[in-house]
Ligand binder design. Sequence first.
Ligand SMILES: Cc1cc2nc3c(=O)[nH]c(=O)nc-3n(C[C@H](O)[C@H](O)[C@H](O)COP(=O)(O)OP(=O)(O)OC[C@H]3O[C@@H](n4cnc5c(N)ncnc54)[C@H](O)[C@@H]3O)c2cc1C
Length: 538
Amino acid sequence: MHAIRGDKYDAIIIGAGMGGLSCGAWLAHKGMKVLVVEQNVQAGGFCSSYKRNGFNFTPAASVLTGCTKKNSIFLRLTQRLGIEKEIEFIPIEHCYHVHLPDFDYYIHSGGEEARQKFIEQIIKLFPHETKGINAFFDTLVKFYHQADYATFLGTKPMDLARILLKCPTLVKSMGKTIGPFVDDYVTDPKLKAVLTMNATCAFLPPSRASLMGIVMLLIEGLISNATVKGGSQVIAEAFVKSVKDNGGEVLLGSLVEKILVQDGKAYGVRVVPSPLAISEGKVSGSGKGEEILGTHIVSNVAARQTFQKLIDADKVDRKYLQRLDTLEPTGPFCALFLGLDMDLKKMGFTPALHVHSSTYDLKEHFRGLASKMVDEQGPDPCFRFHLAPLSDPTSAPEGKSAFMMHYIPAPSAGWDDPEREKKVVDLMIKRAEKVVPGLSKHIVYQEFWSPLTVDKFSLSGQDASMGWAITPEQIGPKRLAQQTPIKNLLLSGHWTRPALGVLSVVISGLQAARMILESEGIGEPLADLGIRKGLMSH
Ligand SMILES: Cc1cc2nc3c(=O)[nH]c(=O)nc-3n(C[C@H](O)[C@H](O)[C@H](O)COP(=O)(O)OP(=O)(O)OC[C@H]3O[C@@H](n4cnc5c(N)ncnc54)[C@H](O)[C@@H]3O)c2cc1C
């Protein structure tokens, strides 16, 4: 028999990723009684850091795109919540350092000036394409401003009319992918690789990555990118503090195993100690399961988990379930954490995300991944080092470096064979050593996360990581809506609108909070963030 918590919450949020935390923090700030339930023993989801032997590793979101731009919604939010001083951003001058077979280049960050520097750098590499490069960026910048304008608009007729009227470039190109879009501007295949490289960050070949998603990554990234002193965990902790300071609760190490639904309406959750908390010996409370009642439920966890596991199938509209089966998740990744007793910054490595590609044909990254990972003779798969934390003195002890290597994406199958995993890791170290000479002799800490490990920490599913892939069919108004067929159940996070990435999921959290507050009769609930009738004041 499950115990029943006496109190009923105004809102229960499942999952303390940044989508859930921003929703919870805003609702608590507005006076609602909020509970956030998280299966991991720490908050943050993919916006978190793991401390190991004096090193601080940030396995996913290490570069915060768009958060620090002047007057950004992220800054407005943290200021309103009174937590802006908890988060010390370190601006990144070079967001990406991309290494191609016969040249390397940077993607800068820091406003108009950075964009100009980036464009000049590319023109220097490809002077014969000057006209096309300039025209390409002119269109992208227009597209970006129109997408920014439409960020908080919904899908009501009035909102759509505004978009049609004010956003012609957005409307014209929204359904395109970055690959064919670039073809309209330039012809050199090496330049095309440069202009479409960001697609690989979305785990997609350029022919499939939505132009809209890539514009937000590239143009917003050129405006502002930053890392955080103390790692991304600091951001999550600041939002947890805000929830608690406003009377809310955050229950860690607790798995929601059921969303309680009756007559088509969600009314609570059943919570048990999570297997992760049990395995780490961190079960809090009585260790028994309990049913907790809430007026509104927000699921910030994988949409497939929400509707295929947490709710009985006979309680969900069949067509909705069928639609979920047709959607495509972003692929999984694997990560190697290395604590090195060498100072990579002093050795000249840029604090940036380093992308190494052995080909200009970016489609190649997605072919034969499973064999490339264990084939020493064949071409290297695309790999990347997340070295942005080099700019954070707290990421490693003096003279040492936290080194994070990724295969993005990684194959989802084949990870239950420890021999194969060892081969993958050994080869990752060999590949890393080609870039950092002598690296293997300086490893003082080592940990590997396969997609199975990532799933243990995130419950995203071992074939997924960043929510739905950002293809044209799954972005903007075509992305799974926050409203669900179950009454009083909303979605937030990267499995719903607007997209993936910390800034996007914070927006989804705010939108979920807005829907809840509006349903309680509170008009313009984001007005104190400068957002009225879906429009953000600049
Ligand atoms: C490798 C990688 C690199 C990235 N780099 C960047 C970057 O540099 N910059 C950037 O902005 N974004 C980056 N992203 C994307 C960004 O991290 C995510 O889009 C964002 O953090 C997702 O937040 P979320 O709130 O949607 O969900 P999540 O972070 O997935 O949070 C969901 C939470 O729900 C919990 N949970 C799941 N099921 C249950 C349950 N049943 N009960 C209780 N709790 C549950 C999970 O443990 C998790 O904590 C990266 C992502 C990846 C994978």
